[in-house]
Write a protein that binds this ligand. Structure first.
Ligand SMILES: *Cc1c(COP(=O)(O)O)cnc(C)c1O
Length: 374
């Protein structure tokens, strides 16, 4: 039994986007970000697809996601970006995850567990090179490296930082962050610590910041088919362009004809100005189709646009289909993606929702049944 709403994920689009990133990355390795259930696209399916294309490692937020990837058979290094705290260390060591360490306090416990497991554990360090969120300050980096190298059973595999403004092509900030990161990590030459992977670029860094590729890049949104600067990025992208991988569809469950002057839905936010034909959709904010899309959103039916009217409720929305030819119960309605000549992208929906494509994809993908197609 399936829901009337479904999110389709295109395998071929994910592969295409990986190859676009591959070309831009040059010799740098690729670490796909699959946190937040692969930005709503399905963490395990996405990781398997990207692994088949040559992903070098994966990035998740919490250790629990890394454990699930291991259980699904992913063998590449998995970086745990947040939540490397005492209670997650046993799982990190057991599942051979790679913790991203931001200060020395965690090192003794990590060392004890790694020692007890009988193997050395690789870790990456995070430098705050300008993000201002997490990480060791550049001034403290030398001491942190020294602490790692002095701790048994631990190995320094990489050093990372994160860009706060890589999607803003006008800003000088990214060049400054890159410079800070390179100056900070140059200290590694003073230590005899072997090969250490340096990585900084998210999608914005990969697309827009010269010299930011370093040893590895960490694209997220680009792999799922969107530019980090939204519609502006799409408008100016040079080929080969990214292909959105998610489509979100529902079905018409009822077609109603109502007279002029009918108040529709909660609060009668919309009153018909003419005799109208309405399509009822089994979708609402419980499915990620947020309430603030009310009065703004459009959908595709038969490849043509029609406006959502009245308050979007928990599981229902109404579409004014008066101007469409003969919509029928059971017809496919596209909330996100292509249908015929029509297309509604996550950036357009993000504009209606006053957010960014990332949040739209997470909401739709995580709150609906998903299928992998093509
Ligand atoms: C999420 C994340 C990324 C990916 O960012 P995009 O803008 O989606 O490419 C890269 N690095 C880190 C540390 C992240 O948390």
């Amino acid at each position: 039994m399936e829901s009337l709403n479904r999110v389709e994920i295109s395998r071929s689009a994910l592969i295409h986007n990986f190859q676009v990133c591959r070309q831009l990355a040059g010799d740098a390795a690729i670490l796909p970000l699959v946190k937040a259930d692969g930005y709503g696209h399905g963490m395990i399916d996405c990781a398997r697809i990207f692994a088949s294309q040559g992903a070098a490692a994966f990035g998740v937020a919490e250790a629990i996601e890394g454990v699930r990837l291991r259980e699904a058979g992913i063998t590449q290094p998995i970086l745990v970006l947040v939540g490397v705290v005492p209670q997650t260390l046993p799982a990190i060591v057991d599942a051979r995850l790679t913790p991203v360490v931001t200060d020395a306090t965690i090192l003794p416990a990590l060392s004890r567990l790694a020692g007890a497991s009988g193997s050395e554990l690789g870790l990456h360090l995070k430098v705050d090179a300008g993000m201002g969120r997490q990480g060791t300050l550049p001034a403290d980096f030398r001491d942190l490296v020294r602490a790692v190298l002095a701790t048994p059973h631990l190995r320094l595999d990489g050093v990372m930082a994160h860009f706060p403004l890589a999607d803003d092509r006008q800003s000088d900030n990214s060049a400054e962050v890159l410079r800070t990161f390179q100056q900070t990590t140059a200290m590694l030459a003073d230590f005899n610590c072997g090969k250490c992977c340096l990585h900084l670029a998210n999608s914005g860094g990969l697309f827009y910041v010269a010299g930011a590729r370093l040893d590895m890049v960490r694209p997220g949104i680009a792999l799922y088919g969107y530019y980090p600067d939204g519609a502006a990025g799409t408008a100016t992208a040079s080929p080969p362009r990214l292909r959105p991988a998610m489509r979100y569809v529902t079905r018409i469950i009822q077609v109603r004809r109502v007279p002029k002057g009918s108040g529709l839905g909660y609060c009668h936010l919309f009153t018909t100005a003419r005799p109208s034909t309405l399509a009822v959709l089994p979708v609402g904010y419980a499915n990620g189709y947020l309430r603030n899309l009310t009065g703004r959103a459009e959908v595709l039916i038969g490849g043509r646009r029609a406006p959502v009217v009245g308050r979007i409720s928990m599981n229902l929305a109404l579409v004014d289909v008066t101007d469409l030819p003969e919509p029928q119960v059971g017809d496919e309605v596209v909330l996100l993606g292509r249908q015929g000549q029509g297309e509604i992208g996550a950036d357009e929906i993000a504009g209606w929702m006053e957010t960014i494509s990332y949040e739209v994809l997470c909401l739709f993908g995580q709150l609906n049944a998903r299928v992998l197609v093509d």
